[in-house]
Design a binder for this molecule. Structure first.
Ligand code: GRF
Length: 240
């Protein structure tokens, strides 16, 4: 919480529909996230429906055109090869906006752009992401053991829902995790398993995952409020 602010301020980054953003808005409006407000919504897509959702609720919403080109350094696709000192102009602007609007926590709610280590260093332990697949507790590794003891691969990246279908696993899920320089590999805050049904397509499965995510993202944000209100457990319960 910023010293001049009485509330816990979220910066929510989106690229599309913004149904998870809506879940946060609804939770705030129904007092499930006391003392929390959305300071700012940023989208890298001008036509992201999430921007309309924000504006409908009188939340500042900004379209930030995204160019990943780093200043003074060639863009390198593998983030492990990106020099720590590089940050794109778009990222600099994003960081400045989040600082200007005094965001205490940055929520990637369907944000489809990779953030550089330099950007993340500006907001340590303050950037979280929703991922539509199951990650292990510490976020690393290539396998996940489900509640019934089955080992499944860890699906990362943009096509995690389709990857789960292609792999023929029976269980997948979603989680909220801290963002670290490695993509979809940060410590898990909340997680919930979802059964894959016969005949599921990427769309039907993703819709069911989103229903779970709408609950998880609220729980995850709430876990940041507990320490502020005297609780001693930053992590919310992990639903496995
Ligand atoms: C969610 O499924 C999330 O897991 C993924 O992007 C999707 C965003 O959906 N990272 P929405 O824009 O919140 O509806």
């Amino acid at each position: 919480m910023s010293s001049q602010n009485l509330s816990f301020r979220l910066g929510v980054l989106i690229s599309g529909s913004g149904s998870n953003l809506q879940a946060i808005i609804d939770a705030i409006e129904t007092r499930k996230l006391p003392g929390t407000e959305i300071a700012l919504v940023v989208s890298n897509k001008a036509d992201a429906y999430g921007l309309q959702r924000a504006l409908k609720h009188r939340i500042p919403a900004i379209y930030l055109p995204w160019n990943q080109q780093s200043e003074g350094a060639p863009f390198v696709a593998s983030r492990s090869l990106v020099s720590k000192a590089t940050i794109s102009e778009s990222e600099s602007r994003l960081a400045a906006l989040l600082q200007l609007f005094q965001a205490d926590l940055i929520v990637l709610a369907g944000w489809m752009r990779i953030l550089s280590p330099t950007f993340l260093e500006k907001f340590p332990q303050r950037v979280i992401n929703i991922h539509p697949a199951l990650l292990p507790d510490d976020g690393t590794g290539s396998t996940f053991t489900t509640r019934n003891g089955t080992q499944i691969p860890v699906f990362r990246g943009l096509h995690a829902v389709q990857q789960a279908l292609d792999a023929g696993v029976k269980i997948t899920g979603s989680c909220v995790h801290f963002v670290t320089p490695e993509v979809d590999a940060g410590p898990v805050i909340c997680r919930e398993e979802v059964a894959i049904e016969k005949g599921d397509t990427e769309e039907t499965l993703h819709e069911r995952l989103k229903v779970v995510e709408h609950r998880l993202i609220v729980e995850a944000v709430k876990s940041f409020l507990l320490p502020l209100s005297g609780g001693n457990d930053r992590y919310c319960q992990i639903y496995t």
